[in-house]
Design a protein around this ligand. Structure first.
Ligand code: PMP
Length: 436
């Protein structure tokens, strides 16, 4: 039986000086279950009570190679010794930029930031400046970070009573403190619905600066784009002078070396990156067409005390080197398929319907004949069994995110033995989930 004694103590203490005792609301699992982690190595993390977990959250995606990867850490140590932040440029910035430009189709120029939030905020400002318009379109179920512009959702809640029409979704701010004026600038539409998107752009395209899309809907379990979805957005943007922003914060340097833009063969005008580019170190980027990026310095602001700092840049250079020059991503994909097969083997005998969505390196399975194709379908699913199943797995040393909007993330350290252990833990946990 797992003891969480020390985690509970640490949490109590932390809650005296940190709201909820955590530094991201998503990490709060209640007073008895909020884990404190002592360290990670490879695919494993250990909590302060020395419970070991096979980690399928991986910080919600960043840890692409494995926790505490020696190659990345050595590069960071070397850079650290020379100082971190100079309010001047360092050569590592150019080197990392060159790698991103080489790897990511459509990215001709790039600027650095420290988080996905910053990257999407800057990309959106740049798009607005380029288009000379203020509104933008995003899609239900997407997440772009913690800046006010993007913190809206539609009134799709539990049950029918909160549901606004798919044809004309009504949005609300997902936090107090967000200026109500911003709501009119963010238009939320259903993912994968070309007809509705075309209709809205036809009537108000002249006001729309950007279409901000998660190419693979990684904040709703990894919903796949239909074959026509991204090419249609590309075409609509071209026809209406709208900037297409691919939010590749989750997909970038994960689902292919050049992210979704490579995998799906559709290029945005701008793209945002963060998670996998630094193997867990805080570093982010936004980039795209020179014609748009070059507005920075011609009246469009971008900066940040820590932008291009040596730790982030060393981590990015080392991680991108490995991703670019080895078959790490191919082997993650292979392990992902094996894990999916193992999950199928465990779950199929239960007689429950089963489907998968996403990419083998970031996927979700669904107790449903058909994977969701948009967020509203996710809302309508029964998540009870999945939630119980995943909490039971966590208790037994395998850590998926119990909220099925966060996919299973895989790293290059996941071995066949880890997959076998995952399957065995899932088997035991399933019995409990089905008997509840
Ligand atoms: N965009 C996407 C697609 C994301 O998934 C996230 C984070 N989950 C962000 C932006 C924000 O990134 P960060 O948490 O680094 O600010």
């Amino acid at each position: 039986m797992q003891s969480l004694k020390k985690s509970i103590e640490k949490h109590k203490l932390a809650a005296q000086s940190i709201p909820l005792g955590v530094n991201s609301n998503f990490r709060y699992w209640g007073p008895e279950d909020t884990r404190y982690i002592s360290h990670g190595k490879g695919t494993y993390i250990w909590d302060v009570d020395e419970n070991r977990y096979i980690d399928y959250r991986l910080g919600y995606g960043p840890v692409i190679l494995g926790h505490a990867d020696d190659r990345v850490d050595e590069a960071v140590y070397a850079a650290m010794k020379n100082g971190q932040t100079f309010a001047m440029s360092i050569p590592l910035e150019q080197q990392a930029a060159q790698k991103i430009v080489a790897m990511c189709p459509g990215v001709e120029k790039v600027r650095f930031a420290n988080s996905g939030t910053e990257a999407t905020m800057h990309a959106l400002r740049l798009a607005r400046a380029y288009a000379g318009r203020e509104k933008f379109i995003m899609f239900e179920g997407q997440y772009h970070g913690m800046h006010d512009n993007v913190m809206f959702a539609t009134t799709v809640g539990e049950g029918d009573s909160y549901k606004s029409s798919r044809r004309d979704p009504v949005s609300f701010a997902v936090s107090s403190g967000i200026p109500s004026q911003l709501k009119d600038l963010a238009i939320l539409l259903p993912f994968n619905d070309v007809e509705i998107l075309e209709r809205v752009v036809k009537s108000s395209g002249h006001e729309i600066a950007a279409i901000l899309v998660e190419p693979l809907l990684g904040n709703a379990g990894g919903i796949n784009p239909s074959a026509e979805w991204l090419p249609s957005i590309r075409k609509i943007c071209d026809e209406h002078g709208i900037v297409m922003i691919m939010d590749e914060v989750k997909t970038g340097f994960r689902i292919a070396k050049g992210g979704a833009q490579e995998l799906y063969g559709v290029q945005g005008d701008l793209a945002t990156y963060a998670k996998s580019m630094g193997n867990g170190y805080p570093v982010a980027a936004f980039g795209g067409k020179s014609e748009i990026m070059d507005l920075i310095g011609q009246g469009v602001a971008h900066g940040g005390t820590f932008a291009g700092n040596s730790v982030g840049m060393a981590a990015a250079n080392a991680t991108l080197d490995i991703l670019m020059n080895t078959d790490a991503l191919k082997s993650i994909e292979k392990q992902g398929k094996k894990l999916q097969d193992a999950i199928t083997e465990v779950l199929q005998p239960s007689g429950l319907p089963l489907s998968f969505s996403g990419h083998p390196s970031m996927f979700m399975f669904w107790f449903s004949e058909k994977a969701p194709t948009e967020y509203r379908e996710w809302m309508e699913m029964d998540h009870e069994i999945y939630i119980t199943l995943s909490y039971e797995m966590v208790k037994r040393g395998v850590m998926p995110e119990p909220d099925s909007r966060e996919p299973f993330f895989l790293c290059a350290s996941l071995s066949d033995e880890d997959i076998a252990e995952t399957a065995s833990v899932m088997q035991d946990s399933l019995k409990i989930a089905l008997n509840k």
